[in-house]
Design a protein around this ligand. Structure first.
Ligand code: ZN
Length: 271
């Protein structure tokens, strides 16, 4: 990951409670609403704002792709009244200028997801990885819109996994790196990930390992995918299933040992 990406993933966390301001109550002090937003469209449950001529159907296709995978793999579906605002600025300068007055702690990030009560918002700006950023932050939004709480490593693991468009995942540099590391017998430590107290403590290696566990659970077998799905269903039902490692340990303790061999096998199959 580049330093820039790490900055986005790092401080101050995957999402934050935000009570000071919402887009609906802004007067956009020096400009009118119509002057500021070249695009203002509703795309199903998403309300899109953009400062430039961003094609709504292109954004919609990416967000729908994320939702489709969450539904297909994990049976996670938002309710019909779930609304998420996506606000895209024309430049990093415009994005920072806008947020500096309201959320200064977000200035080092390339894109952010904010939640304020029942309001869910994503902020990003135009650059070549914009759609990747929107997929990442939208994953956070759907998870938090759907589940009463989201374990940190699952929150970031799914966002990191789904930010790549499906057809590009097999060529991921991170995948090659993980395959190489697992050749030595190393494997990502799930219990270590589960012990991270907050997003502000996550390092780039933690993001990588959260992604790796997500990749493993979604793709290794029907068994791993169902364990993952059932764990999230328990959270969705309001239960307290404990950590995922405990959950898996009660059902099949051998599963956690297979994560290394999963990536080693991919090393061969993807050549
Ligand atoms: Zn994130």
């Amino acid at each position: 990951m580049t330093r820039y990406r790490n900055q986005r993933r790092g401080k101050p966390g995957a999402w934050m409670t935000w009570t000071a301001w919402c887009i609906c109550c802004l007067s956009f002090a020096s400009t009118t609403f119509a002057q500021r937003w070249e695009v203002h469209e509703r795309l199903g449950n998403v309300e899109l704002f953009a400062e430039f001529r961003l094609l709504p159907n292109v954004v919609a296709a990416q967000l729908e792709s994320v939702e489709e995978e969450l539904k297909r793999h994990l049976d996670l579906a938002q309710s019909d009244d779930a609304e998420i605002q996506v606000i895209v600025f024309k430049s990093a300068g415009s994005y920072r200028d806008y947020l500096s007055k309201r959320v200064p702690q977000a200035l080092q990030r390339r894109a952010i997801f904010y939640r304020s009560g029942d309001q869910y918002q994503i902020y990003a700006y135009r650059h070549e990885q914009l759609l990747t950023d929107l997929r990442h932050e939208y994953t956070h939004a759907v998870l938090h819109r759907t589940l009463p709480f989201v374990p940190l490593w699952i929150d970031e693991g799914l966002a990191e996994y789904l930010e790549d468009q499906p057809e590009r995942r097999a060529k991921s540099s991170r995948l090659r790196s993980m395959k190489w590391k697992c050749r030595t017998g190393w494997r990502p430590d799930l219990r270590h990930l589960e012990a991270i107290p907050s997003a502000s403590r996550m390092t780039s290696n933690h993001y990588r390992d959260s992604w790796a566990w997500t990749h493993f659970l979604l793709n290794e077998s029907d068994q791993t995918r169902m364990l993952f799905r059932d764990y999230l269903a328990a959270i969705s039902a309001g239960g307290a299933p404990g950590t995922f490692s405990e959950w898996v340990g009660e059902r099949d303790p051998e599963v956690v040992k297979r994560v290394g061999s999963y990536f080693r096998r991919l090393q061969i199959s993807l050549r």
